[in-house]
Design a protein around this ligand. Structure first.
Ligand code: P6P
Length: 345
């Protein structure tokens, strides 16, 4: 019987749509330690919740789900309706799969114990960061960290399962609901970005093996708080201005981080009078982005130590965050050390 072999690139008329997130996760599953398919399924569950949240953020203004929810979260911050909706969506996704035993969420006062003692993983998540930007149509994001539990599988969760330093993460990622919706994640084997194709309902690999430029020309900081910065930060920002670097700050961490990751740059949220330990949270914001930036060849510090080495002491603990291109982070660390008299030039 006469047969022929289909040549995928046989015709340019039918362009390749690329590799889906699901297929990529399956292909890379063997990269995971303890590869049992559960982490793969957990990543897929997160991606599904992201698709749903994406749909709801895209139609917030039309579906009367924009604006304030009328309550404040444990942070004392006014919750937006979409904060609550996103939290519900991710809680459901993380609890139904069976892989997770506990969740730490920015929107939940205490640890969510799923009463699933056979679950191997703990997830720390900021379901919707930057949500105050929703009503003015500025990009917002989801940030997540995934840890393996430390206590024996089958036993009730313990504090040691929750209070793990960021270096213990087995995976981390973010979703950026922007001009396009992207999911960027790492399992410790590099960083890959996926763009959501609405018409097909799939994330497709669009940014393989993301590498953070070693330096950059962008600095991101809320300059309105300048009078509250320590001298080392002020001196560094002045040096950025002297070098005519570009100031880019949209008040949405995931969006500022993503731009600096791709183009090179540094995001700084230092200690201020209002937030003497910094504003950003260690467990579900800083750690995830620190894991990602290090996997992409960048650096993340609190000004004095590596973010991933910080031993958490409380659930909603805050930290100063300096994150981005390695040379820029090192420059601001040197400025901080010099102005603390820890080093001489
Ligand atoms: P400020 C949003 O509330 C957030 O957590 C980050 O997304 C953002 O980078 C930062 O806070 C903005 O804080 O104090 O500059 O408004």
């Amino acid at each position: 019987m006469k047969t022929s072999h289909f040549q995928p690139d046989q015709t340019s008329l039918a362009y390749s749509v690329g590799i889906t997130l699901d297929r990529f996760i399956k292909l890379k599953q063997s990269d995971f330690p303890f590869a049992s398919g559960e982490l793969s399924q957990l990543l897929r569950d997160i991606a599904l919740a992201a698709k749903i949240v994406n749909r709801e953020t895209n139609r917030a203004g039309l579906a009367n789900i924009g604006g304030a929810f009328g309550q404040t979260n444990v942070q004392g911050e006014e919750q937006q309706k979409l904060d609550v909706i996103a939290n519900i969506r991710f809680m459901r996704a993380l609890s139904k799969g069976g892989e997770v035993c506990a969740i730490v969420s920015e929107e939940e006062d205490a640890v969510i114990d799923l009463q699933n003692n056979s679950g191997k993983y703990v997830v720390a998540i900021d379901p919707l960061d930057g949500s105050s930007n929703i009503d003015v149509n500025i990009s917002i994001g989801t940030i997540f960290s995934i840890y393996r539990r430390k206590s024996p599988i089958g036993s009730p969760i313990q504090l040691e399962d929750i209070m793990q330093p960021g270096r213990e993460q087995v995976a981390a990622g973010y979703v950026l609901y922007g001009s396009s919706t992207m999911l960027v994640y790492t399992t410790g084997c590099g960083v890959n970005g996926f763009t959501y194709e609405n018409s097909l309902g799939e994330f497709f690999l669009s940014h393989p093996d993301i590498q953070a430029p070693k330096t950059g020309n962008i600095y991101s900081i809320n300059e309105g708080l300048q009078l509250e910065w320590e001298n080392g930060i002020s001196a560094y920002i002045q040096s950025c201005k002297n070098q005519k670097m570009q100031s880019r700050y949209i008040g949405s961490l995931v969006a500022d981080f993503h731009r600096n990751l791709l183009k090179g740059g540094i995001y700084l949220y230092p200690a201020t009078l209002k937030n003497p330990s910094g504003k950003l949270r260690l467990l579900y914001e800083a750690n995830a982005l620190a894991f990602i930036i290090e996997q992409a060849g960048g650096k993340a510090s609190d000004g004095k130590q590596r973010i991933l080495d910080i031993q958490p002491e409380s659930l909603h603990q805050r930290t100063p965050l300096l994150i981005g291109s390695v040379q820029l982070v090192e420059e601001v660390e040197q400025s901080v050390a010099f102005h603390l008299g820890l080093v001489t030039v």
